[in-house]
Design a protein around this ligand. Structure first.
Ligand code: CA
Length: 229
């Protein structure tokens, strides 16, 4: 279920918005003050925020700016004053849409859906751009050539990266050192198959909790290595 946060001090308006959004299948949370709203917006995961401009505590301008510093999600700003809407539009605070109160709840629902669909398209197109390999706690971004182990980024040399990626993309397959050397180093004259052993050791130091008891790259004695799925 997609989650929406409504930051609105007028309870009747907030409740009306929530009722319509819930009828459309959204999960809705309401905060009535600006500072509490900002804290929730930053600490919790929401798919979209409906933000009133005039609020006790912290106003909508400030909240919008602070959310934008940290998060990328659609923000719809609402205000009772048409003049304010024109003003905030001009400020370029980064809100995705502006609505003047009173508006029809179904209009709000339509805009919420449109913005969610647009953000999903953006997110999906980013995923397609970067080629990601994920195996248990290891995430390899092949496009950016970056690696995270349990969410923590680790640095790999070019050959370490190539070797790890090759193994992770071919799990449960035993490769001999000769095969790995040919695959990763190919015709480069420097090094020999002992290089493979050295690189496996370096990779294990970065990805395994205990290098002596590897959970990812297994040694198959007398044959080579296998990446466990
Ligand atoms: Ca208000």
């Amino acid at each position: 279920m997609r989650k929406i946060l409504i930051i609105e001090d007028e309870t009747a308006i907030a409740d009306l918005e929530r009722d319509y959004l819930e009828l459309s299948g959204f999960g809705v949370q309401i905060e009535n003050s600006g500072d509490k709203g900002l804290v929730r917006a930053l600490q919790e995961e929401f798919d979209l925020i409906i933000l009133d401009l005039m609020l006790p505590g912290l106003d909508g301008f400030e909240i919008c700016r602070k959310i934008r510093e940290k998060k990328n999600l659609p923000i719809i700003m609402v205000s009772a004053k048409k003049d304010d809407i024109d003003k905030i539009r001009g400020l370029g605070l980064g809100a995705d849409d502006y609505m003047t109160k009173p508006f029809s709840p179904s209009e709000l629902v339509a805009r919420v859906k449109a913005h969610l669909a647009r953000y999903e398209r953006l997110v999906n197109s980013n995923v397609q751009e970067n080629d990601i390999v994920e195996v248990r706690g290891i995430k390899i971004d092949k496009t950016a050539r970056r690696v995270w182990i349990d969410g923590e980024e680790k640095n790999f040399t070019t050959k370490e990266f190539d070797l790890l990626t090759f193994l992770a993309q071919n799990p449960n397959h035993v490769f001999t050192k000769e095969e790995l050397f040919k695959e990763i180093w190919d015709m480069e004259s420097i090094g020999d198959i002992a290089t493979v052993t050295v690189h496996i050791k370096k990779i294990r130091e970065k990805i395994e909790k205990q290098s002596s008891k590897p959970q990812y790259i297994e040694t198959i004695w007398g044959v080579g290595y296998r990446f466990k799925m």
